[in-house]
Design a protein. Structure first.
Lengths: 259, 326
């Protein structure tokens, strides 16, 4: 365990020893702030319209969780799509290129300890990024009264989805010593998993359609941000992460045999 | 302490190391000598558990590197060809990280760190980023990293590469000090380094061991007979005949002529010193004895004769001290 933490700590520290961490957190904050602001503005305008309609008798209710926080959280996944490859691209490729991988592989560590350490290091940076959004949520509490449960479920969903991104990125990074290749391939895989269900309506075979729908990242996130913690989705994310980490460990090991 | 049995490593169809076996006893310094691409680094990588062997076994500090890698790695310190430094970490942070992953207990970490930094004389660079260090310091931080957990076995891949002459001497002294407590394998292609630091040499070429012995034995063993170089001021043919008549001489060959002087290489039976007789033979005939010295094969010559296919390469072909980067 202490080995895992040592590696996680090293990875996290490295993000902030270089400008990478600051740039990523900074731009994430900027983009999320922008999305949040536009949505808040839109929500506010709609509320006013609704209120004026309410005066005329019929009053449809506006829900801050459903109509503001949920779309804001869904937007986080768009930002992640673009930033996550940058978080994960260097994890293994940099070590391979600079030869520090020799230090890790000749130290008394197992492959899984290294893989999990790196995973946790990236997750820590991601958690720091996400924690910035707590500020925006806090503002909503000042002026409104959102439900906390769907928010908590949403954060859980975002963390898990981020975990999938990191697991995929880690695996791809372990296969190349070129960071650009790692980033681009990771981005490609993310985007593909994102839009894979777009083809679903055209598929006639119901089984294939279900599989394609199931594979998409976003479908699973939807329920979480609506406040539903479904074990099926939990299973999807957790097994996705576990499988990604397993593949990474195998990839590192196979590299060893190939030399 | 280290036992390598029939080690073979293939990369696809290419055989990098071919049936290599040797032993290193506790406290010994073994020199691993060979031209570039001979399989030195590959052998070391197998010993450190970085890559598994295709065939054969390697046992380090009593643990098979394939079956009990964690135990073997715990007892091994390794300095790869390029020191594995993280450029964005300070030297102290880096060594602290290494101490953690090498399993140095928390309580001892600070002491070990200070010790390793003092031994390798890098304490003044503790707060410097690894990426900003000079080549010499980088090498020394790499060495500190290998020593940190006080391993039984030290495996050093070209520890003096890229250092200036003063640093080379310091590093060699350090390595010699470390022997005794530690068992050391060091690879190099600089021959004087081997004769100065190592007790035993393994010469490897094209993945195969071509010789294992002490540097001294190698030097004498490769000469089947004793050889003298003698320069005489006199009539060449007469001198040759006179020298050949000296008891014990097996062969006289003309090496060069300079004006009236001629130089010969005289081989004699091993274990017999014929210098007095040779001198007497020359002087009593009234010739001038200009030079008389024993010829010993230098390690360079041995190395070349073992590792090249040409029977007797020209001395200019001696390997350069600087290795081109791979």
């Amino acid at each position: 365990m202490s080995n895992i933490l040592a590696i996680a700590h090293k990875e996290l520290k490295n993000y902030f020893a270089t400008p990478i961490g600051y740039v990523l957190v900074g731009f994430f904050t900027l983009l999320f702030g922008w999305f949040f602001y536009t949505m808040l503005w839109y929500f506010e305008r709609q509320s006013m319209q609704m209120a004026s309609m309410g005066m005329m008798g019929e009053a449809p209710t506006m829900n801050v969780n459903e109509q503001l926080i949920r779309p804001a959280f869904m937007n986080v996944s768009v930002i992640l799509l673009l930033t996550m490859p940058l978080i994960t691209m260097r994890l293994y490729s940099e070590e391979k290129r600079s030869g520090t991988i020799e230090l890790l592989l000749t130290s008394p560590l197992t492959d899984f300890q290294i893989v999990i350490g790196k995973f946790l290091g990236s997750m820590a940076l991601y958690a720091i990024m996400l924690s910035v959004t707590l500020l925006h949520i806090a503002i909503l509490y000042v002026y409104g009264n959102p439900e906390w449960r769907p928010i908590a479920a949403g954060y859980l969903g975002l963390l898990l989805m981020g975990g999938c991104f990191v697991a995929v990125g880690l695996f791809i990074s372990s296969m190349t010593r070129n960071q650009i290749v790692a980033a681009m391939a990771t981005f490609g895989v993310f985007l593909l998993l994102w839009v894979i269900n777009w083809i679903a309506p055209s598929i006639t075979n119901p089984t294939v359609q279900a599989v394609v729908n199931y594979l998409s990242f976003t479908d699973h996130l939807n329920d979480f941000v609506s406040g539903v913690v479904d074990t099926a989705h939990l299973c999807y994310y957790v097994s996705f992460i576990a499988f990604g980490l397993f593949l990474t460990a195998r990839s590192v090991d196979s590299e060893r045999w190939r030399g | 302490m280290i036992e390598v049995q029939h080690l073979t490593k293939r990369y696809g169809p290419f055989t990098a190391v071919d049936d290599v076996s040797f032993r290193v006893e506790r406290g010994e310094i073994l020199g691993f000598l060979g031209p570039n691409g001979a399989g030195k680094t590959t052998t070391m990588r197998v010993l450190t558990g970085y890559m598994p062997p295709t065939e054969g076994r390697a046992i380090v500090a009593g643990f098979d590197v394939l079956d009990q890698p964690i135990e073997a790695k715990r007892r091994t310190g390794y300095l790869p060809e390029t020191p594995p430094l993280y450029p964005d970490m300070t030297v102290r942070d880096y060594l602290d990280f290494v101490a953690k992953i090498k399993g140095v207990p928390r309580g001892e970490r600070k002491k070990r760190l200070a010790e390793a930094m003092e031994r390798t004389r890098i304490a003044d660079m503790a707060k410097r980023h690894c990426g900003k260090l000079s080549k010499g310091y980088r090498q020394r931080v790499g060495l500190a990293q290998a020593l940190l957990h006080n391993p039984d076995v030290l495996i050093l891949d070209e520890p003096t590469a890229g250092l200036d002459p003063k640093q080379i001497i310091e590093t060699r002294q350090l390595i010699k000090q470390l022997a005794g407590d530690h068992t050391i394998i060091l690879s190099t292609h600089i021959l004087p380094e081997v004769s100065q630091t190592c007790q035993r040499v393994v010469i490897i070429n094209k993945g195969r061991v071509v010789a294992v012995d002490t540097p001294e034995n190698l030097t004498s063993r490769l000469r089947g007979s004793e050889s003298m170089y003698i320069q005489v001021d006199g009539m060449g043919a007469d001198v040759q005949a006179a020298l050949a008549a000296v008891p014990g001489v097996t062969r006289v060959a003309l090496a060069e002529t300079r004006g009236t002087a001629a130089a010969f290489e005289v081989d004699s039976e091993t274990g017999r010193d014929i210098r007095r007789e040779l001198a007497a033979a020359v002087v009593t005939r009234g010739w001038g004895l200009l030079e008389l010295r024993p010829v010993r094969m230098s390690l360079e010559e041995i190395f070349l004769s073992l590792t090249t296919d040409e029977a007797r390469p020209a001395p200019e072909a001696a390997p350069a001290a600087e290795e081109p980067h791979e």
